[in-house]
Design a protein. Structure first.
Length: 442
C-alpha cells in the first residue's frame, strides 16, 4: 500500500499546497474526469502523480496511464519525479529525436506502468502496437494549453481517439484557463480544480527590478549584474537562438559557468545543458522562451529579461520559473535607453543600481558534473555509482548530488572542492569489476 506521507518524506516536502491537496482529493476520491488550472511553478506534476500512484496496480505489467506532454524535457523530468517518489512503479519517457525502435526495446524490457510521451511519438508507438491502449485507465494531458499553442491539436485528437472505446479517466492540467475544451477530449462528468488567477500576473513572492544599460549593447551590463548576483542560480532569457549563442559565448569568455538552451541544439546538448543547470554545476542558464515552460528546475533565484518578452504570456511564463511553490525570487528587466518596460507588465519595477565596484571574478557553482563511461547496459545502478563514489572516491553522501544513469554512461554531480581528490582516488579503480573513464564534464 502506497503511503502519501512516506512519499512526501522522500521528496523532502512537509505538506501539500492548497491546489495539490484539492487535486489529490479530486483524483483519488472520485471517478470523475478532472481539469486542474494553476499557475506555472505551483507543483502540478505532483498534483496528479501523488493520487495517480495510489490508483495504479503494480502487479499488472501493463501500461495503465499515459501522460501526454509538449516536449521531451518535461517527459524525462516527469519520469524522474515518479522515480524519486520511490513507489516502485515503472515508467518510460518517449519522445522524438531518437529512434522509436530503441524506445520499443526499452518498453519491452521495462514493462512500464506509466508512459510519459510527446503526442507524435505516443501515436507512433500506438500505431505499431508497442503500447497497448486496452489496459490504460488514465489519460493525462499535462501543459494542455502549451500543447494546443504548439499546434499539437491534430496529434492529441488522434491520441484521444485511441481510447474512445476503453474505459478511462481524463486529466487535463493547464497554467491558463481552457475556457473551451476541444471536442476531441471527450470529457465526461468533470471536477474542476481552479487555482488560476486572471488578476495576478506575478506572485507577490517575486520582486521586480529594472537595470539600465548605458550602452545599446547590454552585454557588459549583464556581466556586471551577474557578478553582483554571485553564485545564485539565474536564467537569462533572449528571443533568438543566435542571440543565445552570442551571449553564451561572451559569458563563457568572461569566466562564467553557464549552460545554453534553445531549439537549435541537438537533443543530447539540450539534455546536458539542463542537467548541469539543474544539478548546480552551472549557475546560469542562457536560453530562449523554450525554457519558460515544461521544465522542472527547482530554486531558480533570478530571472533576467535580456530581451523584452514578446507577449504577456511569455512574460508570465518566464517569471514563473522563479519563486516556485513558496520560494522567493527576483526578476530583472535589462533596458537600454531605447527600451521601456512593456505596457502589459502590471508592475512598476524598482530601479536596481549596480554597485560601482564588484568582484571581477565570477563565482563558481558549488557542484561539478563528472562523466563515468559505464551505464545501465553494464548492469550499473544508481546505488552502484553512489557506493563507488563513497567507498572508492572517499566522498560523503552529502557531497554527492544528482546521479543519472543512462544506457552507456553516467553523470553525477559532486561538490566542486572534492573533484581533484576524487579523480586521484579513483584513478585505476574498477566499478563492479569494470574499468572505465571518469572525468569532469566541462
Amino acid at each position: 500500500m502506497i503511503n502519501l506521507q512516506d512519499i512526501l518524506l522522500k521528496l523532502g516536502i512537509d505538506e501539500l499546497n492548497a491546489m495539490q491537496q484539492e487535486s489529490y482529493e479530486a483524483v483519488a476520491h472520485s471517478d470523475k474526469d478532472v481539469v486542474i488550472l494553476s499557475p506555472t511553478g505551483s507543483g502540478k506534476t505532483l498534483a496528479y502523480l501523488l493520487p495517480l500512484v495510489g490508483l495504479i496496480n503494480a502487479d499488472v505489467d501493463e501500461v495503465q496511464a499515459v501522460v501526454v506532454v509538449p516536449g521531451r524535457e518535461l517527459a524525462m523530468q516527469s519520469a524522474d519525479v515518479l522515480k524519486s517518489m520511490g513507489t516502485g512503479l515503472r515508467a518510460c519517457a518517449c519522445y522524438g529525436g531518437r529512434m522509436a525502435m530503441e524506445e520499443h526495446r526499452v518498453l519491452r524490457q521495462v514493462l512500464p506502468h506509466i508512459v510519459f510521451a510527446t503526442p507524435g511519438r505516443l501515436n507512433d508507438h500506438l500505431d505499431k502496437q508497442n503500447i497497448s491502449p486496452y489496459h490504460v485507465r488514465f489519460v493525462i494531458i499535462d501543459e494542455f494549453d502549451k500543447c494546443l499553442e504548439m499546434g499539437f491539436q491534430q496529434e492529441m485528437s488522434k491520441v484521444m481517439h485511441r481510447f474512445v472505446h476503453t474505459p478511462h479517466r481524463t486529466l487535463l492540467l493547464s497554467a491558463t484557463d481552457a475556457e473551451l475544451i476541444p471536442q476531441f477530449v471527450s470529457m465526461g462528468r468533470t471536477t474542476r480544480v481552479d487555482f488560476h488567477d486572471d488578476e495576478e500576473q506575478v506572485p507577490d513572492r517575486v520582486e521586480i527590478y529594472k537595470v539600465m544599460s548605458p550602452q545599446k549593447d547590454k552585454l557588459d551590463t549583464l556581466r556586471h549584474l551577474l557578478l553582483t548576483l554571485g553564485d545564485e542560480s539565474s536564467i537569462v532569457f533572449l528571443n533568438y537562438r543566435d542571440s543565445v549563442e552570442r551571449v553564451g559565448s561572451y559569458l563563457r569568455s568572461e569566466g562564467f559557468s553557464i549552460s545554453t538552451f534553445h531549439g537549435g541544439l541537438e537533443q543530447k546538448q539540450r539534455e546536458d545543458s539542463l542537467y548541469k543547470f539543474a544539478n548546480g554545476s552551472a549557475n546560469i542558464l542562457v536560453c530562449t522562451d523554450l525554457a519558460s515552460r515544461g521544465l522542472d528546475i527547482p530554486e531558480v533565484a533570478n530571472i533576467i529579461n535580456y530581451h523584452l518578452p514578446e507577449t504577456e504570456q511569455n512574460y508570465v511564463h518566464r517569471i514563473g520559473r522563479t519563486a516556485r511553490w513558496d520560494k522567493q525570487g527576483r526578476a530583472f528587466f535589462l533596458l537600454n535607453s531605447e527600451e521601456t518596460v512593456p505596457e502589459y507588465a502590471d508592475v512598476q519595477p524598482e530601479p536596481y543600481s549596480l554597485p560601482a565596484v564588484v568582484n571581477s571574478k565570477p563565482a563558481l557553482p558549488r557542484m561539478v558534473t563528472i562523466y563515468i563511461g559505464k551505464g545501465k547496459r553494464d548492469k550499473l545502478s544508481r546505488g552502484d555509482i553512489l557506493g563507488f563514489l563513497c567507498k572508492k572516491g572517499g566522498l560523503d553522501g552529502s557531497q554527492i548530488g544528482k546521479i543519472t544513469v543512462a544506457d552507456r554512461y553516467t553523470y553525477a554531480a559532486i561538490e566542486r572542492q572534492q573533484l581533484k581528490p576524487l579523480l586521484q582516488r579513483v584513478q585505476g579503480e574498477k566499478i563492479k569489476g569494470l574499468k572505465t573513464i571518469i572525468e569532469e564534464v566541462r
